[in-house]
Design a protein around this ligand. Structure first.
Ligand SMILES: Cc1cc2nc3c(=O)[nH]c(=O)nc-3n(C[C@H](O)[C@H](O)[C@H](O)COP(=O)(O)OP(=O)(O)OC[C@H]3O[C@@H](n4cnc5c(N)ncnc54)[C@H](O)[C@@H]3O)c2cc1C
Length: 280
């Protein structure tokens, strides 16, 4: 799904205040006071920090935590191409320390991503020209996708090593603020949405207790995705010839039933967590 369309659906009917950059917070038994960068202050009974991988709320709670660079950079783009790998097919090709994936997202649009092992901090003059040079060795439809690309981004791939606690008192974290993961399982936004659903279910009169119950229900599963995404990414970026040969055989020999059961784990959405939070 195109991120802009998801944002539109989520924002529908919600009161959003733009230009309100959180810079710090204080809390006591009565509530939370949030300081904004422009000097204003906001008060609330409780606070959910859903402010992304560089979360100011997380920093206010636990101090500055370093992010981990995974060793590769990602170019991702939107191309005006319909179903390049066949109807409904997502596909990923693995090279030597490089990968190229494509995902149809409807209305004649395909989202593509490509990674390469490279030092952190690189900047492109022309990201599309850079991607053409780096990924020209991949077979079609890669060239067609690059030719039809309308938007392109480059990001170093980083995550947040699992943290032992997501909140304190009347404050909790949600999404990347709590568990930023590498994108190798396509689960960062999905896990953030799962957080939101479990949080909504856990909310009761005592907000601090509700937050702790939400955190207890979610931390284990989110951590599994952080760890698995990191390992899947590391394996996808292998350069050693023998390791890549063994990887190709392991993929060929993995029975479909094992793949299906792994997918069920990914999409077995929420039931165990809702049960552990006391819901049937
Ligand atoms: C290359 C790449 C590919 C990815 N592919 C996928 C994928 O295929 N599938 C998937 O599910 N996920 C994917 N992700 C991950 C996904 O983008 C994130 O996990 C998801 O956006 C997290 O949502 P979030 O709401 O927690 O944080 P964000 O989307 O980062 O939103 C945080 C919000 O907080 C705001 N904010 C930040 N700081 C402050 C502040 N101080 N005060 C107030 N507001 C603030 C920001 O403006 C923003 O609106 C990918 C990520 C990358 C880098």
């Amino acid at each position: 799904m195109h991120r802009g369309e998801l944002s539109k659906v989520l924002a529908d009917g919600v009161d959003i205040r733009f230009g309100a950059q959180v810079s710090g917070l204080e809390q006591d038994e009565g509530g939370v006071r949030v300081a904004l960068a422009d000097g204003r202050e906001l008060e609330a009974e409780a606070l959910t920090g859903a402010d992304g991988i560089h979360s100011a709320v997380r920093t206010a709670l636990f101090g500055e935590l370093p992010l981990r660079y995974a060793g590769y950079t990602c170019w991702r783009g939107l191309a005006r191409v319909d179903q390049p790998a066949g109807p409904g097919v997502l596909s990923e090709r693995w090279g030597v320390g490089t990968r190229f994936g494509m995902v149809p997202i409807g209305r004649d649009l395909t989202y593509w991503f490509a990674t390469e092992n490279t030092p952190a901090g690189g900047v492109d003059g022309d990201a599309l020209a850079e991607a053409r040079v780096r990924f020209e060795g991949f077979a079609e439809p890669v060239g067609t996708l690059l030719d039809a690309t309308e938007v392109i981004l480059r990001n170093d791939i980083v995550d947040l090593a699992p943290i032992p606690s997501w909140g304190r008192g009347r404050v909790t974290l949600l999404g990347d603020a709590a568990h930023a993961m590498t994108p190798n399982m396509g689960q960062g936004a999905g896990q953030s949405i799962e957080d939101a659903i479990v949080l909504a279910v856990c909310l009761g009169e005592d907000l601090g207790a509700s937050f702790r119950s939400y955190e207890a229900a979610r931390m284990k599963r989110a951590r599994q995705f952080v760890d698995r995404s990191w390992s899947v990414g590391a394996m996808g970026q292998w350069e050693n010839g023998l390791a890549r040969w063994a990887r190709a055989w392991a993929m060929r020999l993995t029975p479909e039933s094992v793949m299906a059961s792994q997918l069920t784990q990914v999409f077995r959405v929420l039931v165990p967590e809702l049960r552990s939070a006391g819901h049937r």
